[in-house]
Design a protein around this ligand. Structure first.
Ligand SMILES: Cc1cc2nc3c(=O)[nH]c(=O)nc-3n(C[C@H](O)[C@H](O)[C@H](O)COP(=O)(O)OP(=O)(O)OC[C@H]3O[C@@H](n4cnc5c(N)ncnc54)[C@H](O)[C@@H]3O)c2cc1C
Length: 396
């Protein structure tokens, strides 16, 4: 009986100790930490790049300066991080999680894999390399430290976990190179039942999901026909179906309630007619109608209360390019997208941009490829510098 009591007391003391240590760690992690440190167990200390970097700092090791900071952990950012990890480069990757219910098409080896599954696997791949550190927060500000040729990155106070907000301080990191991988967001329509079918019957990307329109009755909604955009978009689907109805729609939070005329030129009307695209210019879609048993779309209802049969719906209402960080740094843009050269470098030295943010071709495998290209370019840059320094020193 006595032994039992002693054992229970010991157990309780141990649990209490565990809770105290855990709370202390959480406190240190979220409250006391301003500057993000490099993992001290970083592997690979026998290489020419780290030799050079250590010498640059008067022989001291540079503790909290990363070679590369990546903003955005989607396909492009993670792809860059994976290579940088394999190059042994101290890398920090910031990402606010984006929950997206979709499956991936056209990504070799991952056809029809849920996006969440692929991204989770990618994080696992990346974080096996100890020189890479992940911060699950939004980057709010990036400033340049011209004297030291560094970027100073500051996160927002809000994190992934809303409950922790009170404890979270802004965090800072310094980096020599910056990769902007913040992506774009597609404007969604304000239509009844949209969310019920989004990702299963309703899509926006023809190259990703146009296959779903094969031989189907397709309804397209577009915001306007600036630069013949809507007609061009509708024509993309002609390789899958000839049964296309194009409506013009006001996107959510974009225009006021005044009726907007989407009038096409006579030439555009003729082209659409010749190609068999039925254009409805002054009646927008207000509701998607589904079959309660099959859960599939059966039609759409327009503002004038007309019913149109349909199997799939695609929308093309513009996008929001996440260019806040690029703007802060003064990067140049080309038709809304970040301007980059063949190495993915922007117009600002040491700032790279990858993925959807620098192109109108929004495709996961292309985004991943551009991330890899940026990582290779940065590695080659660092290596070139280190080789040059080593040669100069041996000449002295
Ligand atoms: C619904 C949908 C379905 C799609 N289906 C396909 C498909 O089947 N096949 C295909 O090839 N492509 C598909 N795409 C396109 C593909 O997802 C994109 O081309 C790809 O995600 C682009 O990758 P990215 O790295 O540029 O940006 P994203 O994948 O968008 O990643 C950007 C990341 O940066 C984060 N971020 C943004 N700002 C900040 C900040 N300030 N601080 C920290 N983090 C930040 C975001 O939260 C996000 O996690 C689809 C897109 C959507 C929306």
């Amino acid at each position: 009986m006595m032994i039992d009591t002693i054992l229970i007391v010991v157990e309780l003391v141990l649990i209490l100790l565990y809770i105290i240590i855990h709370c202390y760690n959480v406190f240190l992690q979220y409250y006391n930490m301003d500057t993000i440190k490099i993992n001290p167990e970083k592997e690979g200390n026998s290489n020419i790049i780290d030799d050079k970097l250590n010498k640059e700092d008067n022989g001291d090791t540079i503790e909290d300066i990363f070679d590369v900071a990546i903003i955005g952990g989607g396909y492009s950012g993670l792809s860059a991080a994976l290579l940088l990890g394999r190059y042994l480069r101290p890398t920090i990757i910031f990402d606010v999680k984006q929950r997206r219910k979709s499956v991936i098409h056209g990504y070799l080896g991952f056809e029809k894999t849920p996006r969440e599954e692929l991204i989770q696997k990618a994080w696992k791949d990346v974080l096996q390399y100890r020189s890479v550190k992940r911060i699950g927060k939004k980057v709010e500000k990036v400033e340049r430290d011209y004297d030291n040729n560094l970027f100073l990155i500051t996160t927002a106070t809000t994190g992934e976990n809303v409950k922790e907000n009170d404890l979270i301080k802004r965090r800072k990191a310094r980096a020599k190179y910056l990769i902007i991988a913040t992506g774009v967001e597609h404007v969604k329509p304000d239509i009844q039942n949209f969310e019920d079918f989004n990702g299963s019957g309703v899509w926006h990307c023809p190259h990703c999901d146009g296959f779903e329109a094969t031989d189907k009755r397709l309804v397209i909604i577009a915001s306007d026909n600036k630069n013949n955009e809507a007609i061009k978009y509708a024509k993309t689907f002609l390789g899958w179906t000839k049964n296309i109805k194009l409506f013009f729609q006001r996107p959510l939070h974009r225009y006021n309630n005044d009726e907007i005329s989407y009038a096409l030129t006579e030439e555009q009307r003729n082209e659409a007619r010749t190609l068999g695209i039925d254009v409805i210019e002054n009646d927008c879609i207000v509701k998607i109608i589904g079959d309660s048993e099959t859960n599939a779309i059966v039609g759409v209802l327009s503002k004038s209360n007309k019913y149109h049969e349909a199997d799939v719906l695609f929308y093309h209402l513009g996008q929001i390019i996440h260019n806040e960080i690029a703007n802060q740094l003064g990067c140049e843009f080309d038709e809304g997208y970040l301007k980059v050269n063949e190495k993915q470098q922007t117009t600002i030295p040491n700032v790279f941009a990858v993925g959807d943010i620098d192109t109108d071709r929004h495709y996961a495998i292309l985004a991943a490829a551009s991330g890899a290209l940026a990582a290779i370019s940065i590695y080659e840059d660092l290596l070139k510098d280190a080789i040059k320094t080593t040669k100069l020193e041996s000449d002295i």
